[in-house]
Design a protein around this ligand. Structure first.
Ligand code: TTP
Length: 197
């Protein structure tokens, strides 16, 4: 059985992949992410996920590599991580009272094959006044997250409703991921011994 590598520095992705109970190592890619605005949101996240996986595959060609990328898409805007407080304020104002889409692209590859897919989740925000936005930025949550919020943290207070896979918003659509990992020989159902009560 080949070893699995998560090509990511995201603690959330690591936690979500741990839910499978599969052993894996983590090697973040050093790729500098560029937003190619000629691509659709799903093409963009798939392309970035593929670049991250391919980057780590170069130094670990005998492993199965999983790369992922998450962006927030609202109308013609593609929102990654904010560079500073001003950008975070802008993004949260843009998303206030609106429904946006979160796309996560995933690339799983080894020396024989490559699987590329993306998952979309729609998220609706309550209307956010200035005070709420300032309070939320003060939590420091926005700065390492696409769209300037974390649904798994205090960002949950901004969200009115969601349509789709919650874990996709957090950075990895784990139930779809394990099904694709099965095509690479990993069995998540075989990784635990069940005892009947
Ligand atoms: C919208 C949203 C994003 N995010 C996170 C998931 C991703 O970690 C991050 C988007 O940045 P990414 O560039 O997808 O990932 P990353 O830089 O954190 O990690 P790596 O490239 O090494 O894999 O935003 C949340 O944690 N919660 C949310 O609600």
């Amino acid at each position: 059985m080949k070893h699995l590598i998560l090509a990511s520095s995201s603690p959330r992705r690591s936690e979500l992949l741990s839910l499978t109970l599969l052993p894996f190592e983590t090697y973040p890619s050093t790729l500098e992410e560029k937003m190619d605005l000629t691509l659709s949101p799903s093409q963009l996240v798939e392309s970035l996920a593929e670049q991250k996986a391919a980057d780590v595959f170069q130094s670990h060609p005998d492993h199965v590599i999983l790369g992922a990328d998450t962006i927030v898409s609202f109308q013609n805007n593609r929102l990654g991580k904010p560079k500073n407080r001003e950008e975070a304020v802008q993004m949260l104002n843009l998303l206030s009272g609106q429904t946006h889409e979160v796309y996560t692209g995933v690339c799983i590859m080894d020396e024989n094959k490559k699987q590329l897919f993306s998952v979309k989740t729609s998220v609706t925000f309550y209307t956010l006044d200035e005070e709420t936005i300032s309070w939320y930025i003060g939590t420091n949550e926005p700065f390492d997250k696409a769209g300037s919020y974390g649904i798994q943290g205090s960002g949950s207070l901004l969200v009115e409703k969601l349509d789709g896979d919650y874990f996709n918003v957090v950075g990895l659509p784990i139930s779809k991921v394990v099904r694709v990992l099965q095509e690479f020989g990993f069995s998540f159902t075989g990784s635990v011994t069940k005892t009947d009560k």
